[in-house]
Design a protein around this ligand. Sequence first.
Ligand code: ATP
Ligand code: MG
Length: 333
Amino acid sequence: MSVARMLTGDRPTGRLHLGHYVGSIANRVRLHQGYDSFFIVADLHMLTTRNTREDIQRVADNAREMVTDILAAGVDPARATFYLQSAIPEVGDLNTLLQNLVTVPRLERVPSLKDMARDSGKEEMPYGLLGYPVLQAADILCVKGQVVPVGKDNAAHVEVTREIARRFNGLYGTVFPVPELIQAETPSLVGTDGAAKMSKSRGNTILLSDDEAAVRRKVMGMYTDPNRVRADVPGTVEGNPVFAYHDVFNPDRAQVAELKERYRAGRVGDVEVKEKLTDALNRFLDPIRERRERIEDDRGLVDQLIFDGTERTRREVRQTMREVRRAMGLTSA
Ligand code: ATP
Ligand code: MG
C-alpha cells in the first residue's frame, strides 16, 4: 500500500514568521515523516495579489529563503518534496478543468479573499484572486494530497477543494481522494501590533530568521493592554498579545501562570513580562538558528532540493492529468 500524501505550502513573498510556524509549519514538522510530503512554493498564488516585475524577480531568492526556513524549523530534507508551482504547467491545465466545478457565489463567500484583496490595496476583486481556492484545489489534487495542514485563513480553501473533489468524482468517476484539513493547535496567531493576524503585509511579524536583538526590539515594542498606564494598575491578560505569545511559546507554564496572576493584580510591569517573553522566544528560536547555519553551510542544497522536487512532482502531476483526461473523456495526446 502506498503512503498517504501531504500537501501544503506558502507563497514566496518573504521570510516565514511565527504565524506561519504555528498555523502550518509545526504540523509539517510533526507529521511529515509519516507521509509522502509535498511542499509547494506557490508563486502562481503570489501573482493573485503581487504581480509586478519586481515581485516576480524576488521569487527565486524568496523561494530559497522560504525552503531554508522550513528546513530550519525541523523538516528533514530527505523526507520532503519541495516544488515550484509555476514550473509545472499541468497545474494550470487542471485549474482550468476544476473551474467548472464551483460557482462564483460560492467563491465570493470565502472570507479570506476579501481580506487579501483589501490588504493588497485592490479596490475590486481580481478574477485570479477569486479563483485562488480553485488553484489551491489544483495544487492539492494534482498530487492527490490526502492531508493538508494550514492555518485558519486557509481552512475555507481546503473546504472548497473537498467540494471540488467530490463533484469531480461524482461526475466522472473517482480520481481524487477527498483531502482532510489538519487544523493547527493555534489556528491564527495575533500580530505584534495586536491586529488579529500576524501577517507579512501588515508588518507585524517576528521572523523565524530574526536574531536575538531583533526579537528583543520587536517584543519591547509590542502592544499590550492599552488601558494600563502604570505597573501598579491591574491589567487584562485576555486578548493581550504578549500573553498570547507566552501561552504558545513559553514552555514554563508555572512562570506564565504566575506572570498572569501578578499582571491581573497590578504587581508586574510590562517590561518584566516582555523580558521573559524575549527569553522564551529566543530559546524557541535557538534550535532553528542552529539548523539554519548548517543548511546555509551546505551550499546548493536548497536549489537542488527544489530542482529535484519539481522534477518529481511534474512526473506525478502528468500521471494525474492522464487519469483526469481519461475519466472526463477528453481526447489525450
Ligand atoms: P501573510 O499571511 O503573512 O501575509 P501569506 O498570506 O503570503 O503571508 P500564506 O502563504 O497565505 O502566507 O500562508 C501560509 C500558511 O501560513 C497558511 O496555511 C496560513 O493559514 C498560515 N498562516 C499565515 N499567517 C498566519 C497566522 N498569523 N496565524 C496562523 N497561521 C498563519
Ligand atoms: Mg495569507
